[in-house]
Design a protein around this ligand. Sequence first.
Ligand code: NAI
Ligand code: F6P
Length: 392
Amino acid sequence: MKAVHFGAGNIGRGFIGLLLHQSGYEVAFVDVNDTLVSLLQTKRQYTVKLANEQADTFLVDQVTALDGKNMAWVAETIAAVDLVTTAVGVSVLKHIAATIAKGIELRLAGSREPLHIIACENALGGSTTLKHLVYEHLSPGNRALADRLVAFPDAAVDRIVPLQQNEDPLLVTVEPFYEWTIDRSAVLPGHQEIAGVHYVDQLEPYIERKLFTVNTGHCCAAYHGYLKGYMTIQEAMKDLSIVAEVRGALQESGAALIQTYQFDEAAHSQYIEQILERFINPYLVDEIVRIGRSPIRKLSPQDRLVRPALLANQYGITVTHLTNAMAAALHFDYADDPEAVELQEMIKKHGIHRTLTEYTGLSGQSPLHSRAAEQYQQLEQWGPARKGMIER
Ligand SMILES: NC(=O)C1=CN([C@@H]2O[C@H](COP(=O)(O)OP(=O)(O)OC[C@H]3O[C@@H](n4cnc5c(N)ncnc54)[C@H](O)[C@@H]3O)[C@@H](O)[C@H]2O)C=CC1
Ligand SMILES: O=P(O)(O)OC[C@H]1O[C@](O)(CO)[C@@H](O)[C@@H]1O
């Protein structure tokens, strides 16, 4: 079996590539990073190391890489594989859509074998988004054929893979835990199930539970940690006031999830505690600026802070920690993150109220808006503390 995977980065190599390899796939990675592509082409293998006491390792071999800038080459390869996966970042999907469409076109000209395309990004409906982007490049005839022969099952991917600091540039250190959940209802007959993947009939509860627990809690720790001058999540999670903020936010998002999906309360509490344990894994060094990256995306209406806060608010659940995390996100002034820079410019130019409305979609009438704005002013006190800690 053959697969093309877009994005030979942390999740690409450390999670998706590993599981596909273990299921018997030969994986061709597509990336625009010339160094990564050339190393994978030369070595044809890499190692995944688990962040645990034993530092278990896994060899992933029979891999290769394609230059993502070479559309014709990538499209020809897609035409002949069983599976296409992506882990490039949700905002990059639009840049790979034309190449995937070209691959589908070539494939449909000569084959009636089904093709599955799965976006493994931190987003609701990632594969569906990719499908819409790809369809923009297909002729009406090919769209009709693709409706029958090409499936885009949505998926949720959960494994913490930090920025890598290894001497071997292909080695990737990952947390031991993983969960890859795929919407079975969108899978076509003939799909060979990927070992280790959890296929479910209804994905929504799984992806919302993951995004609004793992990702909500993680960014909450990151934004509060950044404000207090910590560099890693592991450092931030030693600060009890930050742990209280994170736990509080997860209780709010958890209460909303329990109401929406009738999750068992005790089981959900256990899920939260398991995730807090994962955040403090002492064998990982996870930089706060990675978890906090792209604050505009993270503050958007469908993402990990605003959506659970809106849901909770609808159910009459008091929301203070999620709004406090939004307020902390609005203080994330990391100069190397283009979205953080844009956000800070907007606040400077137009003030906190207009910024909140513009990026979170919360109107000035929303109680969540007023609370976040008020908390933003209260958190101002941490600015000097942060600078002091960073200078020390
Ligand atoms: N790192 C993690 O713990 C997790 C990440 N994710 C999601 O996985 C996705 C990837 O995240 P990471 O692996 O952490 O990022 P990363 O930055 O390590 O990897 C992304 C890779 O995509 C490549 N890329 C960028 N533009 C491309 C293009 N046009 N064509 C082909 N390749 C391109 C980059 O060169 C890079 O190698 C994101 O959506 C993220 O939210 C999901 C779960 C866990
Ligand atoms: O990749 P994003 O969406 O920027 O967010 C980072 C998040 O993704 C993860 O890497 C995995 O879900 C978390 O560790 C972190 O919360």
